[in-house]
Write a protein that binds this ligand. Structure first.
Ligand SMILES: C[S@@+](CC[C@H](N)C(=O)[O-])C[C@H]1O[C@@H](n2cnc3c(N)ncnc32)[C@H](O)[C@@H]1O
Length: 208
């Protein structure tokens, strides 16, 4: 299967079980497909935004860690206190091999997360809240586990923001006084070599 077909194949998953199985199968070739073939820059963009707001000693959750590409960027910027979760055991194993994370756990965004309230200094999530992946409701738990004053940083396609309930969820969390918008970047091409029509924005909220 080509890299492009693999991307469409994971997007078309209809259940979390199917999605996890597909990522399990893709895990060994994910870095080569996305980074080298497609020029995947979402992890670097997300990490740069984390660096702008979050002190390097903060405990940072990489939500939907995949193979650990965000952690790799953050490590280079001096972050050492990193925790990872993902739906796919295969992806978690690839991330574990990089030796960047203090803890790695299989957990599902959109369900209750097994972390205490306010236990993270920041959450970062790159390429996870997208078609057929983590739903807008994931944000409730990410806000709960982030300490007051901490940050939630995530990438989102503009069409997913408009059409998959993110606009409503993000606004309702703000109206409820749970978080405040800090920054939304301009849309940028996230897979410049593979899917030049796909754009992402990085959203940054500060938890109250
Ligand atoms: C496109 S990859 C992004 C991985 C990494 N963050 C990056 O930027 O390269 C999406 C990842 O999200 C995970 N994922 C998708 N839906 C999820 C969910 N509901 N809960 C947890 N992880 C999920 C997948 O298993 C996969 O590892």
């Amino acid at each position: 299967m080509t890299a492009e077909n693999r991307v469409q194949w994971v997007y078309s998953s209809t259940t979390n079980e199917e999605l996890a199985q597909r990522y399990d199968q893709w895990a060994g070739e994910y870095d080569a497909d996305l980074e080298q073939e497609f020029g995947w820059i979402a992890p670097q963009k997300a990490a740069e935004i984390v660096k702008k707001y979050v002190p390097t000693e903060a405990r940072v959750l990489d939500a939907g860690v995949g193979t650990g590409l965000v952690g790799q960027c953050l490590w280079g910027m001096g972050y050492r206190n990193m925790v990872a979760i993902d739906l796919s055991q295969g992806m978690l194993e690839e991330a574990r091999k990089k030796g960047l994370y203090q803890e790695l756990h299989q957990m599902v965004l959109g369900e209750e997360l097994d972390f205490p309230t306010g236990s993270m200094g920041a959450v970062v999530s790159s390429g996870v809240m997208t078609v057929g992946h983590a739903p807008a409701s994931s944000l409730d738990e990410l806000v709960r586990i982030t300490e007051p004053g901490g940050y939630v940083v995530f990438t989102l396609r503009p069409d997913v923001y408009e059409e998959s309930g993110f606009r409503e969820k993000q606004d309702s969390l703000e109206e409820a006084g749970k978080w405040s918008l800090v920054e939304a970047t301009e849309p940028y091409q996230t897979l410049p070599k593979g899917e030049p029509d796909v754009y992402h924005q990085v959203w940054v909220y500060q938890v109250r």
